[in-house]
Design a protein around this ligand. Structure first.
Ligand code: SDX
Length: 434
């Protein structure tokens, strides 16, 4: 990666009689940044920003988000245009290589991914170690990390060719692993990938085909699945991507780094929100009970939050949520489902968006708000929702990991702290402790 930040000037910080002069850099678009790398050397002080609300961790050329305007760009292309005109593997190529592929590049890339979808024959035995009622995310976290035990020939992070093979393997094998986690949890035999099917159709067939009969993939659902993968592909320096970058900064192999990202995504504040949001809608149950839960979400003494609402960056409507809402209606129409939870979700959105609390705190539906209803209508249990998020986000994690390794300014990530524990004191023998 070629660093492209531009020096815009200097910031001066006066503290304790010391003056620090810190360079200010600007990018293509978005806020300028103050480079504080020399702050400790100049002042003997650290900064403190526990949730990284005002802290940039890196320079990146992959994804840009304008939270105030509800804008999401992948290599400059708006998510709405990619969702409407592209397909997931084309978006994978774009995120990895920086440009939309030519027809020839797309054909070669798609063929490469297709030929990496199978897993080593022994790999399937990993699942046997889990109880059948294990959460599918527990199986995905474990098995993704285990990939490094099978694919040693693509773990040397200093070899660009091995990094590319590992990238292709991760993108290609995640649907196979995700489908196996689902099949294992429902007690059905694993279904192998088919090379004549496209990425999303292959995944749906691996999930829902059974040996007892032929399975035809519904093209409307395959298109919806592909679009849902596009919506979840990458999202700047979110918690799980930052986890992958931090793991990668130590030189860990790519499979271990992606396993770390899967683990972080699992949390209900992050990728686990789609499962939590559907569980919340089920708990609310009817549109009539929405007001009661909105009141709970506003009550400081009640830990309840509206899952699928709010975002660290978006202080406007998440552009992905709009596309997901449209996809939700398409899927429900195609499967002929009239999910009462959709009425609950739409009433919840209406009430919340008119409520002063949510307006003042700029809380809007995020990508997770409508995804649960959509995925449930497609036949997935709620425990698979975050697995689908991880499947789609794998390309974003890999692209960001590749960018980090190629960044000449990259160093091992090692934050500092403000220490408020005990000052230095001498050891007290047991018989003197009272
Ligand atoms: C994803 O980072 C990414 O890009 C993530 C993601 C991606 O693609 O990678 O977009 C995917 O993780 C989407 C977010 C999914 N999570 C949820 O839907 C869970 C519910 N949302 C919240 O927990 C919360 O909004 C977060 C975690 C998403 C953001 O938390 P922040 O930025 O730390 O905000 P905060 O917790 O400081 O909240 C600010 C205020 C607080 O009130 P005050 O303390 O200022 O009085 O807003 C309130 C919060 O209490 N608030 C909510 C709320 N979210 C925030 N109140 C009610 N319901 C909510 N959902």
């Amino acid at each position: 990666m070629e660093n492209k930040v531009k020096l815009k000037g200097q910031a001066t910080l006066n503290v304790d009689g010391k003056e620090a002069s810190l360079p200010v850099y600007g990018g293509t678009v978005g806020p300028d940044v103050i480079d504080i790398a020399s702050l400790y050397k100049q002042t003997g002080m650290f900064t403190l920003d526990p949730g990284f609300t005002s802290t940039g961790s890196c320079e990146s050329q992959i994804t840009y988000i304008d939270g105030d305007e509800g804008v999401l760009l992948h290599r400059g292309y708006p998510i709405e245009q990619l969702a409407a005109n592209s397909d997931f593997l084309e978006v994978c190529y774009l995120l990895l290589h920086g440009e939309l592929p030519t027809a020839g590049q797309a054909e070669e890339f798609n063929s490469t991914i297709t030929r990496h979808t199978m897993l080593h024959a022994q790999f399937d035995r990993f699942f046997e170690g889990y109880r059948r009622d294990a959460h599918p995310m527990a199986m995905v976290v474990g098995t993704v990390g285990a990939l490094s035990a099978f694919y040693h020939d693509s773990t040397d992070i200093n070899d660009p060719a091995q990094r590319l093979v590992a990238s292709h393997r991760m993108i290609a094998k995640m649907p196979t692993i995700a489908a196996r986690a689902y099949k294992y949890s429902v007690g059905q035999p694993f279904v192998s990938p088919r090379n004549e099917l496209d990425y999303a159709a292959n995944f749906l067939r691996m999930c829902f085909a059974v040996p007892a009969e032929d399975y035809e993939v519904n093209p409307v659902l395959a298109k919806a699945m592909d679009r849902i993968f596009i919506l979840h592909a990458d999202h700047e320096q979110n918690a799980s991507t930052s986890t992958v970058r931090l793991a990668g900064s130590s030189g860990a192999n790519p499979f271990a780094c992606i396993a770390a990202g899967v683990a972080c995504l699992w949390g209900p504040s992050h990728g686990g929100a789609n499962e939590a949001a559907l569980n919340m809608l089920s708990e609310i149950g009817t549109p009539e009970r929405v007001a009661e839960y909105v009141a709970r979400a506003k009550d400081k003494n009640d830990p309840f939050r509206l899952m699928g609402f709010g975002h660290r960056v978006y202080k406007n409507y998440d552009p992905r949520a709009k596309v997901m809402h449209q996809t939700c209606h398409e899927v429900l129409k195609e499967v002929g489902a009239d999910d009462p939870l959709l009425q609950v979700a739409m009433e919840l959105e209406r009430v919340a968006l008119e409520d002063e609390y949510f307006i003042e705190k700029k809380l809007y539906p995020n990508v997770d708000f409508y995804s649960g209803i959509t995925l449930k209508a497609m036949g997935f249990p709620t425990t698979m929702f975050t697995v689908l998020f991880a499947l789609a986000r794998t390309v974003g994690w890999i692209a960001q990991w590749q960018e980090m390794i190629g960044d000449p300014t990259q160093r091992i990530g090692r934050p500092r702290q403000v220490y408020t524990g005990a000052a230095k004191r001498d050891y007290v023998a047991l018989n003197n402790r009272g």
